[in-house]
Write a protein that binds this ligand. Structure first.
Ligand SMILES: [Zn+2]
Length: 171
C-alpha cells in the first residue's frame, strides 16, 4: 500500500448502493511517476461507486492541470486536465481475462488501489500534440524559438549536398 494509501478504495466495508469519494492528485503524485511528457501536475478526482452483490461500477472525473512542454516551441506550459473514465470490478473466483475497463478480483477482496488507474486516465486523455495555444493561458508559441528553428531548418537543407543535387536536377 505504501505512501499512497489515500488512493485505496476500501469497498469491502461499503453498503450496497451509491457512494462518492474525493481524492487529490498532488504534485508528489505526478513527480514520482515521471512520465517523459508530464513533469508535474495537480488534480482532483471525484469518484462515484455503485456497489452490488458481485460487482462495483466506478465512474470518476479528473480535473486539474499538468506541466508539460509545447510540441512546437518546447516552452513550458500548463495544460488543462478534464477527463473521465469508468472501471468495473467483478468479484469472482473463476479466472477470467481482465480488460482495460474491467478487472476481476477474488470474492474475498475488500480494497483496490486506484492511484495508477487515476494516473493512466490523465495520461491517456492527453492529446498527441500538446501546444501553447491549448494551454491554460492559451498563449502563442515562443516566437524567438520558432524563428530560430525555422532558420536552422533552412540552413540544414541548403547545406545538405543531397538536397543540392536534387535542386540541380530541377534547374
Ligand atoms: Zn509553443
Amino acid at each position: 500500500m505504501g505512501q499512497e494509501g489515500q488512493y485505496v478504495l476500501r469497498f469491502g466495508s461499503l453498503s450496497k448502493g451509491d457512494h462518492e469519494f474525493e481524492y487529490v492528485l498532488s504534485s508528489d503524485f505526478f513527480l514520482k511517476r515521471s512520465h517523459p511528457k508530464v513533469r508535474d501536475g495537480k488534480a482532483e478526482v471525484l469518484l462515484h461507486v455503485n456497489k452490488s452483490e458481485q460487482r462495483l461500477v466506478l465512474e470518476y472525473k479528473v480535473e486539474g492541470e499538468v506541466i508539460t512542454d509545447c510540441d512546437n516551441c518546447l516552452s513550458e506550459l500548463v495544460y488543462p486536465v478534464n477527463c473521465s473514465s469508468q472501471l468495473i470490478i467483478k468479484l469472482t473466483d473463476k479466472s477470467e481475462v481482465d480488460e482495460v475497463d474491467l478487472i476481476h478480483l477474488p470474492t474475498n477482496s475488500y480494497e483496490i488501489n486506484m492511484a495508477n488507474h487515476f494516473y493512466d486516465t490523465v495520461i491517456l486523455n492527453l492529446p498527441m500534440k500538446l501546444l501553447c495555444e491549448d494551454s491554460v493561458n492559451r498563449k502563442d508559441c515562443d516566437a524567438d524559438i520558432m524563428n530560430k528553428m525555422m532558420s536552422e531548418e533552412d540552413s540544414d537543407t541548403s547545406g545538405n549536398p543531397e538536397w543540392q543535387k536534387l535542386k540541380d536536377l530541377f534547374k
